[in-house]
Design a protein around this ligand. Structure first.
Ligand SMILES: CC(C)(COP(=O)(O)OP(=O)(O)OC[C@H]1O[C@@H](n2cnc3c(N)ncnc32)[C@H](O)[C@@H]1OP(=O)(O)O)[C@@H](O)C(=O)NCCC(=O)NCCS
Length: 373
């Protein structure tokens, strides 16, 4: 028995009706709707509704879906208590992982994997992920977490809960669009982790907690924060050439570039690049955009490697004033809509996911008694 490629590249593991990706043509669609139509026209929660219900909501349905989720934003008191007990220097992704796990302990549907219970849990998870991230952020600064304000949109309320004061409508709209762009992406590592857990008939909170663990790594969601560190490390446009030369010589991976599936432009990067250009300009951070676009030119020109979703998202979040270590949790906030959709899809037509391994170790060794070793 021979193993598939080391990272399972090219392996079609199962089927999904949630998102379609054409890595050669650079196409991403949620439930048949192209990301280029969704990004400028739909909201994050509108796209979550689409993903969960396989159709776009009417105006009334969207309003009632938004109101329902707004009413679910407050996390369990035990979750806040648990988060207040973790060390202040806990990285936000670890705090999110812990917060979600605590929510799973208190959830009234915790052990119920029925479609109805799964949908109720999915709603709570999407509604509460921003609250957990904001609460952990406040606590590490020595402040009390703020209660949600259901009159605000999910993105605007996150900004308020995290910063302690409301942000602009424009900042909320930009954040909302990044959440939409992060929503779903086939069998990426974190989603696949969720599906593996769900396929054991594990519960939704266990699955998404595993998803956060997978997203945390720098080859996946952690890349948006690392990309920002790279851009700041370069610092000035004139440093780019020598920086890149050194990075290539050291065979360093440039974070925010390359993709396992896209062999052309990542369609999400187009929207994030436009947002980055506009927001960095408004924030007086044009130099960061200049470095970013020149880095992209050089990576494409010299290596044929394109920017992925995480690259321009980094400067979008920087221009919005988001602390760098919250970039990956924000990716998770968006992806939560996708993870929960995948758990529901997996549970609806389940089979244990259990691949084989090609054994390459030793064979037929003679037993040695413990005193003779
Ligand atoms: C995403 C990623 C893991 C996909 O990688 P992959 O499918 O395993 O591709 P490989 O790592 O095999 O890369 C193929 C070649 O491109 C190069 N390459 C890929 N991404 C690169 C990057 N970001 N910077 C520099 N070189 C890169 C590899 O070094 C390799 O070159 P080689 O054939 O000369 O050894 C990889 O591109 C990466 O590590 N990117 C940076 C992290 C990142 O942005 N992750 C977020 C993804 S959305």
């Amino acid at each position: 028995m021979t193993a598939a490629g080391k990272g399972l590249e090219g392996v079609v593991a199962s089927q999904t009706s949630l998102s379609f990706i054409d890595g050669q043509e650079g196409i991403l669609a949620y439930r048949g709707y192209d990301i280029h139509d969704l990004a400028p026209n739909a909201s994050f929660l509108e796209s979550v509704f689409l993903l969960w219900n396989d159709r776009l909501p009417t105006r009334e349905e969207l309003a009632s879906f938004e109101a329902e989720l707004a009413g679910l934003r407050a996390v369990e008191p035990g979750t806040l208590e648990g988060l207040s007990g973790i060390p202040r220097d806990t990285v936000p992704m670890a705090a999110l992982r812990t917060g979600l796990s605590l929510e799973g302990i208190f959830d009234p549907d915790a052990e119920d994997n029925s479609p109805e219970a799964n949908l109720r849990k999915a709603k709570r998870l999407v509604a509460r992920t921003p609250t957990i991230i904001a609460a952990a952020h406040r606590l590490r600064q020595g402040h009390d977490p703020l209660d949600p304000d259901p009159s605000l949109s999910i993105a605007a309320d996150f900004v308020r809960m995290a910063n302690g004061e409301p942000g602009t409508d424009e900042a909320a709209a930009a954040l909302d669009r990044t959440l939409l762009l992060y929503l779903d992406h086939g069998f990426n590592a974190s989603t696949f982790a969720c599906r593996v857990i769900a396929a054991t008939l594990g519960d939704m909170h266990s699955a998404v907690t595993g998803g956060v663990g997978a997203l945390k790594g720098s080859l996946h969601g952690g890349a948006n924060a690392k990309a920002m560190e790279t851009i700041l490390e370069i610092g000035e446009p004139e440093n780019l050439g020598p920086w890149l030369e050194k990075a290539f010589a050291e065979k360093r991976k440039v974070m925010g570039f390359g993709h396992r599936v896209y062999k052309t432009k990542d369609p999400r990067a187009k929207h994030l690049k436009a947002m980055s250009e506009q927001l960095t300009k408004q924030a007086g951070l044009e130099t960061l955009f200049e470095i970013s676009s020149e880095l992209e030119n050089q990576m494409v020109g010299q290596k044929g490697i394109n920017a992925n979703v995480d690259f321009y998202c980094a400067t979008v979040y920087y221009a919005l004033g988001v602390p760098i270590d919250l970039y990956t949790p924000l990716f998770g906030m968006g992806r939560m809509g996708g993870w929960t959709a995948h758990v529901m899809e997996q549970h609806a037509d389940n089979r244990l996911i259990r691949p084989r391994a090609e054994y390459v170790g030793k064979n037929d060794l003679p037993w040695i008694a413990i005193d003779d070793r």
